[in-house]
Design a protein around this ligand. Sequence first.
Ligand SMILES: Nc1ncnc2c1ncn2[C@@H]1O[C@H](COP(=O)(O)OP(=O)(O)OP(=O)(O)O)[C@@H](O)[C@H]1O
Ligand SMILES: [Mg+2]
Length: 152
Amino acid sequence: MDGDTAIKIENLSKSFEDILVIKDSNMNVTKGSVYGFLGANGSGKTTIFKIITGLLSPTGGMVEVLGMDVKKDSERILGGIGSLIEAPTFYEHLSVGLSEVGKKPVGKFSLGMRQRLGIARALVHKPQIKEQYHESLENYFFNIMSGVNTSC
Ligand SMILES: Nc1ncnc2c1ncn2[C@@H]1O[C@H](COP(=O)(O)OP(=O)(O)OP(=O)(O)O)[C@@H](O)[C@H]1O
Ligand SMILES: [Mg+2]
């Protein structure tokens, strides 16, 4: 893996019990790029995102994020990733002190407001890799995974 690579996946496979849902998947995401990740329902996009973020273990193959192996370094990798996979979850009774919404609890936010809050939470630690996965914002109608430098 060279220094320009944010995410490298080689021959990834994933089974749930005996059912193979990902077979020989390969991906190369360069730092500073925006990478669109599209596929049919059930094709394995979320499963791959979860493997990249350490929420699931690969069955076979190799996944490196920022030069680190997801099997060995998942905690360190998390420090370099801001991710929003499907719907964000929050403490619903808390407010977040945004000027436009006053003391409204998160439980009363609209879908788009929740999604924007989820993005803000994913970016607050200034990660090198930003992953977004949802369709509720107009500008995010497809699944997008980017390796955009935090200084951009
Ligand atoms: N925890 C699980 N246990 C068993 N099977 C699972 C599990 N998670 C996902 N799967 C299966 O793995 C396959 C891929 O699912 P995944 O959620 O990754 O698809 P997706 O590409 O994100 O789909 P969508 O576009 O609908 O979000 C599906 O057949 C799904 O049923
Ligand atoms: Mg999905």
